[in-house]
Design a protein around this ligand. Sequence first.
Ligand SMILES: [Zn+2]
Length: 63
Amino acid sequence: MHEEAMCNCIVCGELKPHDQGLRIVTEFICGSCEREMVQTDVLDEKYPFYVHQMRQIWIHKNA
Ligand SMILES: [Zn+2]
């Protein structure tokens, strides 16, 4: 059985295999973005971008 479900990463927007990332509710973050997020310092200029992307999930969810 070879089923390759692809998910759209909410951070980079790329299609990645669903088993190579992190699923949050109905959203998906690919493995490389997940790694980057873990390594991103809160003082890093990228951090607000991630927070913004994450917040969109909850806004969408609670809308
Ligand atoms: Zn990604």
